[in-house]
Design a protein around this ligand. Sequence first.
Ligand SMILES: Cc1cc2nc3c(=O)[nH]c(=O)nc-3n(C[C@H](O)[C@H](O)[C@H](O)COP(=O)(O)OP(=O)(O)OC[C@H]3O[C@@H](n4cnc5c(N)ncnc54)[C@H](O)[C@@H]3O)c2cc1C
Length: 490
Amino acid sequence: MSAATLPNLVDELRGVVGFDGVLAAHADLVVYECDGFVIEKNCPDVVVFPRTSQQVADIVRLANKHGVPFVPRGAGTSLAGGCLPVGGGVMIVLTRMKAIEEINLRDRYAIVQPGVVNAWLNQALKGTGYHYAPDPSSQGACTIGGNVATNSGGPHTLKYGVTVNHVLGVEAVLPDGRIVQVGGPTEDSAGLDLVGAIVGSEGTLAIVTKAWVRLTRDPEGCRTMLGVYDSVDDASNTISEIIGAGIIPAALEMMDQGILVAVEQAFNFGFPLDAQAILLIEVDGVEAGLDAQRDRIIELCKKCGAREVRQAKDAAERLLLWKCRKQAFGAVGRLSPSYCTQDGVVPRTKLPHISRRIREIGEKYSVRIVNVFHAGDGNIHPILLFDERDPEQIMRVLAASTEILDECINCGGSVTGEHGIGVEKIGFMHKMFTIEDIDAMERLRMAFNPDGRLSPCKMLPTAGACGMEQNGKPHEKAIVQIRPGRRAAL
Ligand SMILES: Cc1cc2nc3c(=O)[nH]c(=O)nc-3n(C[C@H](O)[C@H](O)[C@H](O)COP(=O)(O)OP(=O)(O)OC[C@H]3O[C@@H](n4cnc5c(N)ncnc54)[C@H](O)[C@@H]3O)c2cc1C
């Protein structure tokens, strides 16, 4: 942004949200130069904190007036660089829009503003007999707006589905500043499914300013088990056996030895430190039948080589087990100064293969990798450990990440199960989709975001994004990617 434009824009933004709603000093802006994906960084020119939908619309109009890009941000826990402010511009942080506007138990929905932290909604619902089902492991920090934008999943996705299955409608500010509502409190809306288009669009179509979310009845009961294994293969095979037996657990999570040790040091649950893998398995639903499912699962775990299967003996132990799993990423801080979490998907039966390949790739690039899998979905989260101050380590981490994600594609999977493409994985889009597929997506984006000012250079590797160039021959579509920001230490 030109030095002449910025002071005017900052003044005008202060006119919209007040003096305390704008950050423009470099020392303040540095906090917003990246999200949970720490490898690529770029400072916004100004950060603004609206409190109402109208303020969001006014901010968008000002950014358009000055011809600068703008990017929405929730809690900044994106692991794919979704809220990296490519090209600088205005960052619109929605965390002050944090009201739960309505909880309607009779019609089973809640209306929330985008800055509501995922876990707050369930705290508010405690004791009502209902809950909000999408439960990303980051739920203590991430916002519902961010969940909607990335179509988040979580450990209970296997049975309950991802965010799109729980969003009935959204109010959103379009890139030209108009406020629209698509969907609403009722289950079925007529017309094109624009809610489905906005959910998972990674902030490239519109800025979500309100969401109508479905509430789910609490299950009558649950059984939570921990299978302990001497081999990752045995744990992986158990997953296919359980699902092959016709049981759909509410959650089926795997942690390997590397992460187990970090989690144990952090929480002292009593995990055996010599185990090569553990499976966290939960079934839920009506009480009748849960014991039978539990017994069958224990039988299958043992058949596949589990050396021990423990059961959470009470609600407190279950909560501790889930705390260990959900704080696993946090525990990684004990292992290295920085980490990069990958988010591939493979068919479930390929889990033993991909686990082996991850091990080989880690050795090839001398990168230590620990693993957490939403194994029931075939969703893998290899966590690559490094020190972001060392450029050479970053290069190895990037090369190893690419090789792991390429392998997921080769297995018939995808490069993202839930974290999205962001800026991190744009380079993989042409490996997963044909030019025609990408063109169709680009046309949809152009319909919403014709000037490309809302969150440029995210998700789609096409000429519409400011960081991409085509070679001028549409039938060849050779796409040259310009890196959006500086790389950590490079
Ligand atoms: C420790 C850890 C564990 C995680 N576990 C999971 C997991 O289990 N499952 C999972 O799916 N993800 C997980 N994530 C990734 C991340 O938490 C989710 O993608 C989350 O939904 C991001 O929410 P946020 O509020 O932090 O959004 P941000 O990181 O602020 O933004 C994410 C994207 O959404 C856009 N955006 C944010 N708010 C809006 C809005 N109101 N309107 C339009 N666009 C918007 C941003 O521009 C960006 O593209 C994890 C991350 C961490 C750090």
